[in-house]
Design a protein around this ligand. Sequence first.
Ligand SMILES: [Zn+2]
Length: 405
Amino acid sequence: MRQQYSSYQECMDFFQSAQVQNSNLFKVEYIGTTWEERQILCVTISKDVATADTKPALFYTGTIHAREWIGIELSLTFAKYILNHIDYDPQLNALLSRATLYMVPCANPDGYEYSRTHFSFWRKNRRQNADGSFGVDLNRNFSIGFTPNKNTTSNVYPGPSPFSEPETAAIRDFFEAHDNIAIALDYHSQGNVFFPAHNFIHEDALDATDLNVLASNMAEEIRKVSSREYGVHMGKPPTHLISGSGREFYYSKGVLALVVEVGTRNISDYMEHMSENINENLPALMSALAEVPNYDKHHRLPRVNAFIATRVGAKEVTLEWEYPEDEDVYFEIYRANKPKSFCQSANCVGMTKSATFTDCHLNASTNYYYFIRAVCKKRKIKSPYAPKIGIRTRPEVNMFSKIVG
Ligand SMILES: [Zn+2]
């Protein structure tokens, strides 16, 4: 089974050869060196790759937990897909003309190799702690919410101080040097679930709708491929699960950040399962890449203000909002029957240039949720979402009681 997974060396060899094969699309660099002196690989993928840093970017990290092998394999499969389709797939071509993909396929090379060749369920890196024990949980070693803990043998030992580890320091330095990063996806296993960043407050943030829609759109792409239902985590997670995590660090810098927990095992038992989990995640990654230009930190289209329902009947709802005068802008309105929903063409119920919209033919006594974003035709970008609104339609007028009344 283990032989079916790429070694770290094979991963590095693949990306080196991809760079040779298409040097206009791939750029390989090494952003740090681990305790065991492995190079930490970072790959830039973009059309005309020399201009990559001038475009908004998606930042992909995989296998920060050693035993979660899917991260490295998914990055390889995604890169191979791009390499093999860039000349034939106009959508992919357009995406990589406007956006950049940075990938750290394996954020924990020492731990990954230890897991692959010695002890499958190893999670941490391979720092030798002062007491002779090994390892720091790299996903507790970032600065946001870092929680000191002296238990070095714990599987979630956060290390002596934030960024004490060469792996997290390398990721921090790369991330901070790339202000063009708009969305960060950190791939783990397992659980078939998305964990949006929370900043320890959850749901109150202005961009909570953006995080949930991004995750829900990715989940919907997965469902279209495999019928598998990925959840979008509801509620505030226990603090100990996100203390010092990469996701919260990226989010603290104004980047939309999600953890994706792939599959139902840390390590897929069979190649068959792993391929399935990987294939269903490719369109989801593409959908995230497509959102990158909309979340460019420096050139965002303003979101809609004061989005409210002004009239709620049994069969129809009238929505209103405010927006600065702009003749190139129109609005897309989406409707869902659950609060965390995808927003795709299938549930787009209205497009209008006006600042009001009436949705008709609804069911009485039913909960509906509405989402709205502005679209600029000229700049070909969409705004972040206004905070979603939820309404309940009124009960049907009871004809019988009217007659007898
Ligand atoms: Zn993990």
